[in-house]
Design a protein around this ligand. Structure first.
Ligand SMILES: [Mn+2]
Length: 338
């Protein structure tokens, strides 16, 4: 029997909202800690180290300049996040970035992409979000960099952000799977299409259901795939998750979100994670943070039962009974033709 070494999850806080429109996501890391994030992950066989917070400049609350708001501050935060995340990846740890606004995805994913390049791993990015976050300064109505992280990572954005992880572009649009999208700016819509992003918007969730969407989003992964999950809390329906700056109605329900997380956990490929855009100033008694922690626990393998593996499900007695009945009907139908 092989004994698997205990994996270490490293919590890295980045308390800033310099990339966002509303103030308050800077309080996200503490709210997640208070809601018990570390213990929730530790219950699932991982060792948890809390690295504390990386530092960076305060929010100067200035209007956009040259199409970007707080470009210098966003860069400084992301450089620090990149360095912290990269350090933990090098040590074989699973970094969990506690945002902070979603511009911080530039720092984490630049580091993850660099780690994958250096270790010959394939990267897959699951982007759980209400928004596509694929804006550029020309397309963005606001100049807020939390609407631009994926475009920056794909090579479209300020040079210092595009080149943060040493190679530009850091990632290919083909590595991205977006889930839960329901708010895309008009120019951004065309750009997402041109760049060939794989988007499972809420319409696909409505039409196919979470099960089929996740089957497709998680298809063609293999033993050498590094799976990064970027979880924007505004992915969730605002009825259950009010504590975010940019709520969009019509998001996944509690059960739908749980199934997403459980199906990701089933792959066993999760290797790095962002939890972003939680805004405690807009929350109700920390309930959105508690919900996020509940879902993260599922992402790390919490389940109601010890489930049979998929291959074993085919041998489930109930399944065999159903198959036998179907086989009997087929035989009868075939026999009837003679
Ligand atoms: Mn986002």
């Amino acid at each position: 029997m092989t004994v698997r070494p205990v994996r270490t999850a490293a919590l890295i806080g980045a308390p800033t909202d310099v990339g966002a429109a509303d103030r308050g996501s800077s309080m996200g890391p503490e709210a997640l800690r208070v809601a018990g994030l570390g213990d929730a992950i530790a219950r699932h066989g991982l060792k948890v180290i809390d690295r504390g917070n990386v530092g960076g400049p305060p929010n100067p609350a200035q209007p956009p300049v040259g199409g970007y708001r707080h470009r210098a501050e966003v860069f400084e935060w992301n450089r620090n996040v990149h360095d912290a995340v990269y350090r933990d990846l090098e040590q074989g740890n699973l970094p969990v970035l506690l945002g902070g606004d979603h511009s911080l995805g530039i720092g984490t994913i630049s580091a993850v992409a660099r780690h994958c390049r250096e270790n010959g791993k394939d990267l897959r990015i699951l982007w759980l979000d209400a928004h596509a976050d694929f804006n550029t300064s020309e397309l963005s109505p606001s100049g807020n960099l939390h609407g631009m992280p994926l475009a920056c990572l794909c090579g479209f954005g300020p040079r210092e952000l595009v080149e943060l992880g040493g190679a530009a572009p850091a990632i290919s649009p083909r590595w991205i799977r977006q889930i839960g999208i329901r708010s895309v700016d008009s120019g951004e819509k065309r750009f997402v299409h041109e760049q060939g992003l794989e988007v499972f918007d809420m319409r696909s969730v409505d039409e196919m259901g979470v099960r089929q969407v996740m089957d497709l989003a998680l298809a063609d992964m293999h033993a050498n795939t590094h799976l990064h999950v970027s979880f924007d809390v505004d992915f969730l329906d605002p009825e259950i998750a009010p504590g975010v700056g940019t709520t969009v109605p019509g998001g996944p329900s509690y059960r739908e979100a749980q199934l997403c997380m459980e199906m990701i956990a089933d792959t066993g490929a999760l290797a790095s994670l962002d939890i972003v855009e939680l805004n405690p100033a807009l929350d109700v008694r920390n309930k959105t943070a508690a919900l996020a922690v509940d879902l993260i626990e599922s992402l790390f393998g919490k389940s109601t039962l010890i489930r049979r593996r998929f291959s074993e499900q085919a041998r489930h007695p109930l399944r065999q009974k159903i198959n036998k009945r179907a086989y009997g009907r087929e035989q009868a139908a075939a026999g009837g033709k003679h």
